[in-house]
Each structure stands twice: as structure tokens, then as C-alpha cells.
Unconditional design. Structure first.
Length: 318
């Protein structure tokens, strides 16, 4: 019986977690013979994309032709294409060229929502679309480590405010916890609204990664994630206050990781608190006042990101 073949057309990820490298691993795991055509070379790891080199389209086409002329393929998977020019249509076109009235020659910033950014300039503006020339990699404006917020789900308006502000601060994911004290507006439509809010915040703050918005998650999901990191911090109004920003409060060596959890309003139930204590979580407070979920989430994210990023310290997850 012949072995199935699959061609991936994508960028190269030096960290091996995405792009061509990840595709080939997946193909192999399913008994598929992997073929590749590389569109871009990235210098990245699990924390950030440091540089990107887009390959010439002719070279990409030559790779595809070489593979298909000899080996053939049964399936093609397309990832990052890395085009030197981008066509803008729809809502993005209306925002940039009707509301902001960008003109030919003006420069702007392009991001892929996954941590890659490019400088670009307006090359052509039509009645319903515009063409941008990609000039080269731009600073990603991302923290050097990832930070996830796990929180009880507040009501919709407050959840939207939380997502907007922690996105601006630089978190990589917001994961809602299902609990008996949490809000209940967590369907697909609600999550999509929050994701749109996060995208708007990314545009406003000039970062390059749109955080994941997921949930509701069971406590066992959080417990499983806690087992994958070095330290778990739980925000609890009954716990001692966190050390001041800038005093290296987390005690984590570079490259290690942690989780900080924001419990539901009214605090965690005794059972939830006991479960975290049993798993070695460290309870920490933000002062003597009882804070709403969104206030605690934003304050906790700011504390971690400002202190650890300025110190070049850790890779925690909140």
C-alpha cells in the first residue's frame, strides 16, 4: 500500500512549535510522508518572534514545482505565505481608507495576530480595496514571556473591559473559569464579541498578538495546566498583599513559568481554596480592599508584567 503524501507551504519556525516544523511532525505522527515549501524564515522561540525574512515568490514557486514534478502530493496544507504585498478589503479597508483616509505613500504597521509584525506603506488605493507594500519586519511590542489570565467570568460589560485592558498590558490568553459564583454569558457569540474587543485593543496599543479567549473551563483544566508550570499564584482577598512592583516579587529564574488565578466574585469557595493549597499554590492579595474580578485581573497583570518585564525575569502565566 502506498504512503500518503502531504505538502505544507508555510514559514519556518526555529522554535519548532509552528510552521513547517510542526506540520512535518504532525504528518509523521499520522503516517503521512511530509513535503515542504518554505515561504519565510523566522527567528522565534516560545516567547517571541525576533526577526522574519520573506523569501522571494519565485523561490517559493520553484520549491513547489520541484516537489510536484517528482514526488507529487495527495494534499496541500497552506500556512504563512509571507507575501511582499497585501490587499486590504472589507472592514479594514473602510477603517483605514474611509475613516482614517490614509493616502498613497503613508506608512502603517501590519500584524498577523500571532506575534509577527511588519512595516508597510500604501501603494495603491481603489474604490473598494487598497494595496500595501510590505517593507520588512517591525518590533512586535510583545513581552518576552507569556502571561495567561485565568479568571471567574464576570457579566458581559465588565468581561469586555477586562479583556480590553489585559490585552493592552500584553497577556497572551484569557481563560474563563466555570464556577458556582461566575457569570453565565459564556456562549460562542459572547466569546466572539470579546475576541473582537481584544483585536481592537491590539490595534490601539500596537502590539502584534491577539490573545486567545476561551472558556468556560472546568477546575480540572486549570489543575492540569498548573502541573505544567513551576508556580501557581492565586489572587485571594484573604491573603497577604503582594510585594511592591520592581522588587522581583515572584522568585522565579529566567525561563521558568507560573500561573496566577483570579477567583470568582466573593472569593473562592473553601473547597476551591483548599484544592489550590493542596496543589502547592501560593495565595497573594492586592491589599485590604475587596476587588471586583476585572479590577483584580488588570492589577495583577500589571504587577507581573511591569515588574518581570522590566527586570527581564520570568515566563509566568497569570
Amino acid at each position: 500500500m502506498s504512503v500518503a503524501r502531504a505538502l505544507t507551504i508555510a514559514g519556518s519556525d526555529s522554535g519548532g512549535g509552528a510552521g513547517v516544523q510542526a506540520d512535518l511532525k504532525t504528518f509523521a505522527a499520522h503516517g503521512v510522508y511530509g513535503l515542504s515549501a518554505i515561504t519565510a524564515i523566522t527567528a522565534q522561540n516560545t516567547r517571541q518572534v525576533r526577526d522574519v525574512l520573506l523569501l522571494e515568490p519565485d523561490l517559493v514557486v520553484a520549491q513547489i514545482d520541484a516537489v510536484l514534478d517528482d514526488l507529487g502530493t495527495d494534499a496541500i496544507k497552506i500556512g504563512m505565505l509571507g507575501a511582499a504585498a497585501v490587499t486590504v478589503r472589507g472592514d479594514a479597508y473602510r477603517h483605514l481608507f474611509r475613516a482614517r483616509r490614509l493616502a498613497v505613500g503613508e506608512r502603517l504597521r501590519l500584524v498577523d495576530g500571532r506575534g509577527v509584525a511588519f512595516d508597510a506603506s500604501v501603494e495603491e488605493v481603489g474604490p473598494d480595496r487598497a494595496r500595501l507594500r510590505v517593507e520588512g519586519p517591525a518590533p512586535t511590542n510583545e513581552p518576552t514571556w507569556s502571561l495567561e489570565v485565568w479568571a471567574g467570568l464576570p457579566r458581559s460589560r465588565r468581561a469586555a473591559w477586562l479583556v480590553e485592558k489585559v490585552t493592552e498590558l500584553g497577556v497572551t490568553a484569557v481563560r474563563w473559569l466555570d464556577s458556582e459564583r461566575a457569570g453565565r454569558d459564556s456562549g460562542a457569540a459572547a466569546l466572539d464579541r470579546l475576541l473582537r474587543r481584544a483585536r481592537s485593543a491590539v490595534e490601539q496599543c500596537h502590539r502584534s498578538r491577539v490573545p486567545e479567549i476561551t472558556g468556560p473551563h472546568a477546575w480540572r483544566d486549570l489543575c492540569r495546566r498548573c502541573g505544567e508550570v513551576d508556580v501557581t499564584w492565586v489572587l485571594d482577598p484573604a491573603a497577604p498583599a503582594a510585594p511592591e512592583v520592581g522588587t522581583s516579587p515572584h522568585g522565579l529564574a529566567p525561563g521558568r513559568s507560573g500561573i496566577r488565578v483570579v477567583g470568582p466574585e466573593g472569593g473562592m469557595t473553601p473547597a476551591g481554596r483548599a484544592d489550590h493549597e493542596r496543589r502547592g499554590a501560593r495565595a497573594v492579595g492586592l491589599g485590604p480592599r475587596v476587588l471586583r474580578i476585572e479590577t483584580a485581573a488588570v492589577a495583577g497583570a500589571a504587577l507581573l508584567l511591569s515588574s518581570s518585564e522590566s527586570a527581564g525575569e520570568v515566563d509566568p502565566i497569570l
